[in-house]
Design a protein around this ligand. Structure first.
Ligand SMILES: Nc1ncnc2c1ncn2[C@@H]1O[C@H](COP(=O)(O)OP(=O)(O)O)[C@@H](O)[C@H]1O
Ligand SMILES: [Mg+2]
Length: 283
């Protein structure tokens, strides 16, 4: 196909030789299948900030680092330079997360480069070598649903161990590849340690998985992996090998037995006194 305007810089730089087809055009990005030498790859072209929706919200970008205070001030003031910085930070967040996650053993598309507002990465394919379908477009048996759910919970744990929360995990951002589920779409990925919304975001990601796979294996609806995972993470005890139960027991502070006995005794005396007064009145 004709090379789209936004991909021209990559063709000129020799990063892309041919644009084969357009895969998707969503709210946040347009995705193309491209050829680089002998390899078929995926090019994700980010849309302008103006066209994007929720993902730029403060809750997602909180805790992200800027290089210096000049950039921070420019971003606060919303100058042109500031907006440009914000844009770069946003686009680099996905490629940064992909590199970190690939290194942490999470199955994500292999990233190659992010330049000129385009992320070049591995094209995720199914067993036939076609573009992998989204989880949402696949029928699952209860067994397969349980298997994928368990696998993805472990992927979420691995991500958290690497300090990252997806923040928009759902059946639309998981591809069913030849080698199993692959998590995609990470520009809004959240820094687990530096963000106040980290816990609710993790709980929501995990809940989304339970609700989706629960359609095929209803017992998954009764699990609560999110709170269990977060508690272990906070205690510094979370590892990818940890045997999770999926059950969460709320913390109960140890009971003050002496105090409790005292209260019972008090109540008993009060009751006795009340009974006595009632008795006296009747007499
Ligand atoms: N690496 C990839 N391999 C195959 N398909 C992909 C890849 N990345 C994205 N896609 C396809 O493009 C769609 C949009 O990409 P995504 O990263 O989710 O961006 P958006 O922010 O627009 O949702 C995905 O739902 C998926 O179908
Ligand atoms: Mg998406």
């Amino acid at each position: 196909m004709k090379v789209p305007q936004r991909l021209k810089p990559l063709v000129e730089e020799g990063l892309v030789d041919e644009v084969l087809s357009q895969l998707m055009s969503g709210k946040e990005a347009t995705v193309y299948v491209v050829r680089s030498g002998d390899s078929i790859r995926c090019a994700k072209v980010y849309k302008d900030a103006k066209q994007r929706s929720f993902k730029n919200a403060v809750s997602y970008t909180e805790g992200r680092k800027v290089k210096n205070s000049r950039q921070a001030r420019a971003m606060e003031k919303g100058t042109r330079y500031g907006r440009q910085m914000q844009e770069e930070l946003w686009q680099n967040a996905e490629v940064d997360a992909l590199f970190r996650l690939a290194n942490a053993g999470v199955r994500v598309p292999q990233p190659y480069i992010c330049t000129d507002g385009v992320l070049l990465m591995e094209l995720v394919t199914d067993a036939e070598g076609d573009v992998a379908p989204r989880l949402n477009d696949v029928e699952l048996t209860p067994e397969r649903a349980r298997e994928c759910h368990a696998y993805l919970i472990n992927q979420v744990v691995r991500m958290l161990c690497a300090g990252i929360i997806h923040g928009d995990l759902s059946e639309y951002n998981i591809l069913m590849a030849a080698d199993g589920p692959v998590i995609i779409d990470l520009p809004q990925a959240v820094d687990a340690a530096g963000n106040n919304e980290a816990r609710p975001m993790l709980l929501r990601d995990v809940q989304n998985l339970a609700v989706y796979f629960g359609q095929f294996a209803p017992e998954l609806l009764a699990t609560d992996f999110g709170k269990e995972i977060w508690k272990l993470y906070e205690a510094g005890e979370l590892t990818p090998e940890y045997a999770l139960t999926g059950q969460f027991e709320a913390d109960t502070t140890p009971v003050d037995m002496a105090g409790l006995m005292h209260e019972i005794e008090e109540t008993r005396r009060e009751q006795e006194a009340l009974l006595r007064r009632l008795q006296e009145r009747q007499d």
